[in-house]
Each structure stands twice: as C-alpha cells, then as structure tokens.
Design a protein around this ligand. Structure first.
Ligand code: X2X
Length: 345
C-alpha cells in the first residue's frame, strides 16, 4: 500500500517535470519562460519584430506565455547557421530567423538567395504571400518546426572599404564577408571577388581591422550597426538578393500549448510579421527614399547602377543561378519565376 502511494507520487512528480513521453504531451505544463532566438536585437527591424511578437503573445495570453529574447543567437554561441538544428532539438523554443541562416539545413530556402531572382518588393511578396510561401512552410513543417509567419530582413546591398563598385571588375579580388550557404561563395566567386564565410559576430571586428574589405546586408543593418564607422565607405545598390524572416516555434513546445493559445501565438506572429516588414522597408519605399540621403550624409558614397550596369552583374552570376536552380528544385524555382512574372506592381 505504502509502496503504491509512493509510486503514484513519483509518477505525478515526473509528469510535473514534463518528462512524460508524447502520449501525455497535451498535459505538459507550460514553461515559466520561453527562449526566442534572434540574430539581431531590438535596434534592428529584425529584433523589433521579435519583441512585438513576444509582447503581443504575453498580452493576449494574459501572461500564460512569457517569452525572453536572445539576440546575437546567444543560445548557440553566435553560430547562426546552427540555429535551425537547435530549434529542432529544443535548445531554442522559438525564433525569428533568416532564410539564409537556415539554408544549410533546408536547401529550398536558398531560393531567396538566387542572384537577381526578385527585382522588387512586389516580387518578394508574390513569393512569401503565395504558393511558394505555402510550399516552403510545408517543407519547414516536414523538417521539424512549426512555421507561422513571414517577416523580412531586406535587400542585401553591397558595401566595401575600397572603392565605388559599378562593374564586376571593380569587385575583383575584394575580400567579401558572406554568411551561411555555399550559394554565396559561388555568387561572389563568379563576380571575381574573394568571398569568405563568417558569422555576423565575427564580421564586425573583421571590417574594423581591415581583414575583410566588404559585405552585403540590408541598409537598415548598415545604419543600425554603423558600418560606416568600420571603414565601409562605399555602397552599391544592386538589389541582388533579399532574405525574408520566418517566425517559428519548436514542435514539442507548440504541442504543449492549448489550441486557443496556439491560435493566439500564430495570429500574434502574423501581426508582428506585418509590422516588422513595414519597419524593414522604412526609408526605402517612401518617395525620394529618405534612407539613402541619411546614409550619404554619413560620408558614404552611394552608387546606383544603371539598368545596363546591373545587367553585367546579372549576366556574370547566371551560371550560379542555373546551377542552384537544380539544387533548390526546378519545380519550386519555376513556380517562383512564374509568380514573379505575374505579380501586381
Ligand atoms: O549575418 C548576416 O549577414 C545577417 C545578420 O544578415 C543574417 O543573419 C543573415
């Protein structure tokens, strides 16, 4: 009798710790705090998006779901290309992540990094808000996370410490920091540059010391990270690639929430994603693109390419596009090309 009571007590204690296998998942207690991974903090549109999501969830669940932000991908020691694996394994509970950083694990996400696939924001929206977006969410679901909403890092413009870049020849031999997928190594090699892969955390000291000449990132990152102070004095607006952000939750965490709370977290992600995209485009979609003037005022030379100049970059990277179209999946890329051709401007 005594033994039986002890056993029952023990089982209850184990259940309370959340150590019961999947059959009892719905009974898994909520954690007092959930860990949200982000590469960039709240000084950037990316981190703001995470903060908006966390705040909406807290407010709408009346504090049942509390989220703490971990910018700088600090849960994985700054190694941003490990974020997706860590999410799947439960080291990270939820994240707002870039398609670039998850591309090593989910090859289809390389789609957005195909050079010169998306000519404008309407093209990007046609992908994320349409069939391609749905297909990619199904892929992510199969890969082991729960995708909820799209956000945006932005168009990745080229900066460097050496000279104004107008032609691929201007890039020749320049050491350019890239991130994530080998697709970026191929693109910059095709342009005659000397690409080197490193995390965002390692990149900034490398610009400051001159170990690296240039990089590519959205202008919102350029200004918030003050890259003009680490010798990045030239920017070329070439709009070659843009990375969306994706709001996701780990599968076991998701399953531990009630359907009502799941609906709240999903809606909050969609609301936050929408707001974050507007923040990411600020200064670039208004007449006169005020952000460009702000950057020029920092003493940075901002180079706008003529259509013919841009075409030279498109041409030089075309073999990379063709090679990676196969690696990503010809059907998916073709669907994307068609969606872009049919987009509303
Ligand atoms: O590392 C980068 O360049 C950044 C911050 O844009 C990403 O995480 C993709």
């Amino acid at each position: 009798m005594k033994l039986r009571r002890t056993l029952v007590g023990l089982l209850a204690a184990v259940a309370a710790l959340g150590a019961v296998p999947t059959a009892a998942v719905a009974d898994t207690p909520y954690k007092s705090e959930y860990r949200m991974s982000l590469v960039l903090g709240t000084a950037f549109p990316w981190g703001k998006g995470g903060e908006i999501w966390a705040n909406l969830v807290k407010e709408r669940t009346k504090g049942r779901i509390n989220i703490k932000l971990y910018p700088g991908v600090s849960l994985i020691q700054g190694d941003q290309t490990r974020e997706f694996s860590a999410l799947r394994q439960g080291v990270i509970d939820m994240a707002v992540g870039s398609t670039i950083n998850w591309s090593p694990q989910v090859r289809q996400l390389n789609l957005f990094s195909l050079p010169f696939l998306m000519p404008d924001y309407a093209a990007m929206d046609a992908l994320t808000q349409g069939d391609v977006g749905r297909q990619l969410f199904a892929t992510l679901d199969k890969a082991g996370v729960v995708p909820l909403a799209w956000g945006e890092n932005g168009y990745r413009e080229l900066s460097n410490s050496k000279r104004a870049v107008r032609t691929p020849t201007d890039l020749k031999g320049m050491k350019i920091r890239v991130v994530g997928s080998p697709l970026f190594l191929d693109t910059f090699t095709a342009l005659g540059a000397n690409p080197t892969q490193m995390s965002w955390a390692d990149a900034q000291p490398a610009f400051a010391s001159g170990a690296v000449d240039g990089q590519e990132n959205p202008l919102s990152i350029f200004t918030a990270a003050k890259l003009h102070n680490v010798a990045q004095k030239n920017i070329t607006l070439w709009g070659y690639v843009a990375d969306p952000l994706i709001f996701v939750v780990n599968k076991e965490i998701w399953a531990s929430w009630t359907p009502a709370d799941q609906a709240i977290v999903r809606q909050a992600a969609m609301d936050a994603g929408k707001q974050e995209i507007a923040i990411a485009r600020k200064g670039l979609v208004e007449p006169g693109q005020p952000l460009l003037k702000e950057i020029a005022a920092l003493g940075v030379t901002v180079t706008q390419l003529t259509p013919a100049e841009r075409e030279a970059f498109v041409k030089a990277t075309r073999p990379v596009y063709e090679k990676w179209k196969k690696a990503i999946g010809v059907d998916l890329v073709t669907t994307a090309e068609q969606a872009i051709a049919a987009r509303k401007q």
